[in-house]
Design a binder for this molecule. Structure first.
Ligand SMILES: [Zn+2]
Length: 190
């Protein structure tokens, strides 16, 4: 138990007890209210409409022996649907802000009239996007239930097909049933 302490270490008490700097950071550190600002460099994130989005879909490379709606294919479509959903949600927030701003800015009746057209269009687009969003949600659910990719017509149920799904990722009817549906609708409504 001989602890050789050769040199008596002078306990250097260099511990200067520096008084705590009391730099009061003023309340400038307020949390910035999260708001989606469209003007920021989110060029990659902005939604340019359905057609533009669909054009960005990279065709799935089919393996010859691959089963239809294999796990890999499902993943491919899930990725597409989720990306689409995200973009649409961003777009919805952006439009909501825009509509809000519009109704604030144009108190003047004539100014308002000038912008009315674009305004109505904006609302219509938004409504369309909202419907699309719910379709996308349904498709994501279908993927989960293994219903995705098969015609939902109970008398049919055939494979919708990878290429058709890439052209219309929310499709729930095969091309034949869809065509038939459109014909029937036309007959019913004029
Ligand atoms: Zn069908």
């Amino acid at each position: 138990m001989a602890t050789k302490e050769k040199t008596k270490t002078n306990k250097k008490t260099t511990k200067k007890s520096t008084p705590k700097k009391t730099t009061r950071k003023l309340a400038a550190k307020k949390k910035p209210t999260k708001k989606v600002t469209p003007t920021k460099k989110t060029s990659k994130q902005t939604y340019q409409g359905e057609e533009a989005f669909l054009a960005t879909i990279e065709p799935y490379k089919l393996n010859k022996k691959e089963k239809y709606m294999s796990a890999k294919q499902k993943k491919h479509f899930l990725k597409i649907l989720e990306r689409w959903k995200q973009l649409l949600q961003l777009e919805q927030n952006r439009t909501a802000d825009k509509i809000q701003n519009n109704s604030n800015h144009f108190a003047d009746e004539s100014d308002r009239a000038t912008h009315e057209e674009g305004f109505t269009l904006e609302i219509k687009t938004r409504e369309r996007e909202r419907r699309l969003l719910s379709k996308i949600d349904q498709s994501i659910k279908d993927l989960d239930n293994h219903d995705y990719g098969f015609c939902m017509n109970p008398n049919c149920g055939v494979e919708i097909g990878i290429r058709r799904l890439e052209a219309r990722p929310t499709a729930s009817l095969c091309i034949d049933c869809k065509t038939l549906e459109e014909i029937t609708e036309k007959q019913q409504y004029g």
